[in-house]
Design a protein around this ligand. Structure first.
Ligand SMILES: Cc1cc2ncn([C@H]3O[C@H](COP(=O)(O)O)[C@@H](O)[C@H]3O)c2cc1C
Ligand SMILES: O=C(O)c1cccnc1
Length: 363
């Protein structure tokens, strides 16, 4: 059973608008530069026009980033050396403006909001915090499904509502962020399930674990897949919400909803690292055209991120060796994405600037 809000959101996710894309290609050809010389910015601008169904598409300002925060029952399996309490402590740090994502967001003009979707601690109300806890952390996926279907759906809805509220408030681009000790384990499990790739290939070192912990992490993911895999009978696309509920974190569900919410409003969403990539696979399994609203901000060091992005056919804009999360890679990519649109608004055409085009010079 699909909830009403999720059903309506899925229905509203539509393909790119071909007419606006054609106009954007024609406009790119008239701008005062050799054809193709702005490289990937050109194709990106065309896709953003198709997404907005307008040429030029709206300028990507203001930008809003949501850090979905949640804890993980699988933490009990020793997949990370960091105590679970660090999730809540880092939420405090985000709200005080002291995390990496805050520093980078101030530089690039992005507003950071934290969504408590599943932190295993009571967080007092604060400016910049949306309190939308579905549950105080997930269950241990090696023992039982991490979430019930109802919890996964509720978390998807929190994500959709967060995207809607930000867009209603004027945001023209959304960025993904995450915080949750243990969430690279849940990410690798989701990526393995949705791509069919072996856990040994998609599981990384997260915050920086030693080799024995990495072996254990891969084994934990194998165990969870062996336990839950039979319930989707080898085809995760038949029931993606069941896959999400079995293996995901509350922040993955929130992020998948956030992506679907953005796509349903024809607003682009810049993905951060491996947690966002796992949520993106989930969103695409739920509504395939949501892929067209996604921009891969960067190439995370986590191997699962490359596997997921290649299945999504998304080219990451940056490759800086980042392995932090929080939204750092998305925030760094934001000026590039905004620039792709700005060019369509602000560059002169050969005609308007009185610059001879290649064809004219050849005549
Ligand atoms: C101080 C600190 C700040 C962070 N900011 C993001 N993460 C990142 O690391 C965590 C995932 O890695 P793992 O699966 O290995 O636990 C997530 O919370 C993610 O956002 C952090 C992790 C720590 C320790
Ligand atoms: O790719 C990421 O976003 C990432 C990698 C390691 C730890 N946390 C997040």
């Amino acid at each position: 059973m699909t909830s009403e809000l999720l059903g309506l959101t899925i229905e509203a996710v539509r393909p790119l608008d071909a007419a606006a894309m054609k106009l954007a290609r024609e406009l790119q050809a008239r701008l005062t530069k050799p054809a193709g010389s702005l490289g990937e910015l050109e194709e990106l601008s065309v896709r953003l026009a198709g997404l907005a169904a307008a040429c030029p598409p709206p300028r990507l300002e203001p930008a809003q980033l949501a850090v979905f925060a949640g804890d993980h029952g699988v933490h009990a399996q020793g997949v990370t050396p960091w105590p679970q309490e660090v999730t809540a402590q880092m939420v405090g740090n985000f709200l005080a403006g002291g995390a990496a994502v805050n520093a980078l967001a101030r530089q690039t003009g992005v507003t950071v909001t934290v969504v408590d979707i599943g932190v295993a601690a009571d967080l007092p109300p604060a400016d910049g915090l949306i309190s939308a806890k579905v549950r105080a952390g997930t269950r241990d996926m090696t023992v039982e499904p991490a979430m019930t279907r109802a919890e996964a759906q509720a978390a998807l809805e929190v994500g959709i509502q967060t995207a809607s509220a930000m867009i209603d408030g004027g945001a023209r681009v959304l960025l993904t962020g995450d915080m949750g000790i243990g969430n690279t384990t849940a990410s690798a499990a989701l990526i393995s399930a949705f791509t069919g790739r072996d856990p040994g290939v998609v599981t990384g070192y997260g915050t920086g674990i030693d080799a024995p912990t990495h072996l254990r992490k891969v084994e934990v993911i194998r165990q969870a897949l062996a336990l839950h895999g039979p319930s989707w009978g080898g085809d995760p696309a038949t029931d993606p919400v069941a896959v999400l509920a079995a293996l995901g974190g509350l922040e993955h569900a929130g992020l998948a909803g956030f992506i679907l919410g953005a796509a349903s409003r024809r607003v682009p969403v810049i993905l951060d690292g491996v947690i966002a990539a796992a949520a993106a696979l989930t969103a695409v399994a739920i509504a395939p055209s949501s892929r067209d609203a996604m921009i891969a901000g960067h190439q995370s060091v986590e191997p699962g991120a490359s596997v997921a992005l290649s299945q999504l056919e998304l080219n990451p804009l940056l490759d800086l060796g980042l392995r932090l999360g929080e939204g750092t890679g998305a925030v760094l990519a934001y000026p590039i994405v905004a620039g792709a649109v700005r060019v369509l608004h602000e560059m002169a055409t050969f005609d308007s600037a009185g610059v001879a085009s290649k064809d004219e010079q050849q005549q």
